[in-house]
Ligand binder design. Sequence first.
Ligand SMILES: *[C@@H]1O[C@H](CO)[C@@H](O)[C@H](O)[C@H]1NC(C)=O
Ligand SMILES: *[C@@H]1O[C@H](CO)[C@@H](O)[C@H](O)[C@H]1NC(C)=O
Length: 609
Amino acid sequence: MGSIFSPLTSILLLLILLWGGEARDPFACDPKNTATKNLPFCKAWLATGARVKDLIGRLTLQEKVNLLVNNAAAVPRLGIKGYEWWSEALHGVSNVGPGTKFGGQFPAATSFPQVITTAASFNASLWEAIGRVASDEARAMYNGGTAGLTYWSPNVNIFRDPRWGRGQETPGEDPILAGKYAASYVRGLQETDGNRLKVAASCKHFTAYDLDNWNGVDRFHFNAQVSKQDIEDTFNVPFRMCVKEGKVASVMCSYNQVNGVPTCADPILLKRTVRGQWGLNGYIVSDCDSVGVFYNSQHYTSTPEEAAADAIKAGLDLDCGPFLGQHTQNAVKKGLISETDVNGALLNTLTVQMRLGMYDGEPSSHPYGKLGPRDVCTPSHQELALEAARQGIVLLKNKGPSLPLSTRRHPTVAVIGPNSNVTVTMIGNYAGIACGYTSPLEGIGRYTKTIHELGCANVACTNDKQFGRAINVAQQADATVLVMGLDQSIEAETVDRAGLLLPGRQQDLVSKVAAASKGPTILVIMSGGPVDITFAKNNPRIQAILWAGYPGQAGGAAIADILFGTSNPGLSSFGLKLAALPKIVYGTPLHSTKPNLKCNGFRKQFLEV
Ligand SMILES: *[C@@H]1O[C@H](CO)[C@@H](O)[C@H](O)[C@H]1NC(C)=O
Ligand SMILES: *[C@@H]1O[C@H](CO)[C@@H](O)[C@H](O)[C@H]1NC(C)=O
């Protein structure tokens, strides 16, 4: 660069690059495109309904069908680009969906605690604030051409089965808390005035989904058996509050069946309940390939055209997956549905795109059009991630009391355990690339001198080879902090647990270290799902217990702030917090969704607890 441009020009170029970023080209209605800019659907001052009607009227059936899928095709003759509907922002902008990519000017985004942790704060204004930050960063990345505007978050399924690998993504088992969470987070994300949307959120996965892969049954073959009362009183509550109070712009139906009907083919759930009773102003999308799944795996219809027709007639507007793109045209030809049914689906998706400003010309002229790279990973955003972890971490036991630790009485702390120096473990699943991390070891190291041992090579903890070294440092230090628990190798999407105890020999490590340690022993559990730690509750050598969930990018700093008393944890002893906190000791669920599974092992295990 220096050899071609003068130093001054180079600095100017660099400044322009840093300042403006690469602006995204208009998605549609480019003011430079004289063929389209005067069409009614491009006129921002016209009523949204009239614009959408005009646009639908210009599309051929083939073009319409190409818009029924997540990677919606371009319509070049009308100046409309292709659009990827699938982005995710469960607890910060994520790159799980193909619509969002990190790199270039957007190497990372603020990574908040996993939802189960944030929910345990019981603080609705915190949830809304996190949503606003996530959508600031999402809009900034959209403006820079690296993200979409439609986010398939939050996950507000009721966490009824404690073994579910995706329970970590949810606000827990309590319907009202989950509903408040849904409404607050969505309000923050969307910042809607009723019409305009900052980004469009989606409450998923409707409904009664709490199994991924357990005992030979996977989510593609799961038929949740739920009474009408349980649907009303429990499973649907967060979705209803998301739609009615949160004014969400989308609901996603799930893979599973409910009482023998795939949710994405059920007009009672979609058309009658979500759109009719609750008044969804937005679109209904399938989970990724739900329609293909109920045809291919559940054999719910005998032809693919019937599956496509059933989904659209039930009220599905968009398919995450190729199925509707492949089979809807023939379904119309066979007379299973009409083009008017297809128009109904497009009315819902295109209206959301209009409300997002996608047909308003230059993205930079949008109210959020000036957000850019400097609005991502800002100090205040990262401070909120730290604050959220502090508010979400729960104190379960404090005998003595032994917490807080003090730098005077505890000048050296032994930090032990497979999760003691983790980074990505702290952000759980459906995360992105974090701005940076503070591990527990690093956080505690900011207060006092540390000696570190893993104790187990990883959370599976299959042997005791490193126990001796861990016991040794506990004998030397003035206090011992054990950071144990789970990670995505134990609980994840497609990975349910078979039991609730700590994996492998973790319990053994904790007990042996506690027996040997010179000072107080503090147990910190990182997990999304509940862990039965009755042994630690009953062990007088373990003076304090913290549940940290998956505490996000700054989790280690928050854990240290709580250990040393510069910040207060949530208190489980007030009872109120227990609904969001995954139960540490669990009872048999009253109404399991899986009577078709052999539950004997499950119940027996609870009886043994
Ligand atoms: C809720 O969170 C917000 C944002 O961090 C904070 O200002 C407020 O004090 C919290 N409320 C309570 C009751 O802790
Ligand atoms: C802790 O993890 C970081 C990287 O995440 C690494 O650089 C550091 O060496 C680790 N510390 C110890 C004591 O293992």
